[in-house]
Write a protein that binds this ligand. Sequence first.
Ligand code: ITT
Length: 211
Amino acid sequence: MPGSPISVLVATRNPGKVREIADLLPGDSGLSFHTLDEAGISPQPGEESVEVHETFAENARAKAAFFHPLSDGWVLAEDSGLCVDALDGAPGVGSKRFSNRADLSGEALDRANIDALLRALEEVPAEKRGAEFRCAVALLTPDGRAETSAGVCRGRIRSRPRGGGGFGYDPLFVPEGFGRTMAELRPEEKHAISHRGRAFGKLAELLIGLT
Ligand code: ITT
């Protein structure tokens, strides 16, 4: 008879990510997943200063390590962002803070970031607006092992936002092979091609081997 599922803390406070991660995690892995808010873990001193590294993978590992003491031993963290060719990969790991509006959160912050990106690309013609979303995921096990995976989704940046789905920069991002923005895709369409969908797909294979 199967035992009770192993509880995994998912270290994110972004409601858009929480929705997507919940859809992406396998239900039959012998693991159950809880976000920080679901686990009743309030914002911690120093939490905002954890993601200071230059790569998504380092940030994901740092976030998992930060929350490890507050978990039952299993923590999953991800770091993600948008890398724009014409901006030499910016905003990259600084995607959440691109507009410098630390006073905003949620949809208001997303709108400010979109406006800041449009301003930065004002002079850039359509054929030079290539970009990619990147995601790195780190899973820390009770014995301190770190499993990591990553995913990329290429596309281009529109000159005006369109669509109401997803979160973050989705209304500006047209994935390769699509005529719609990420915010106009159905959730299952986004998951099938997104950076996060790809990173979690690889992680799901690792999870099956772990439990
Ligand atoms: P955590 O709580 O997990 O740290 P966060 O949103 O606060 O989430 P991140 O540093 O991971 O912090 O920020 C990633 C930013 O990149 C996010 O706020 C969006 O602006 C952007 N982003 C990431 N994935 C995206 C997606 O699928 N669609 C649109 N924008 C995305």
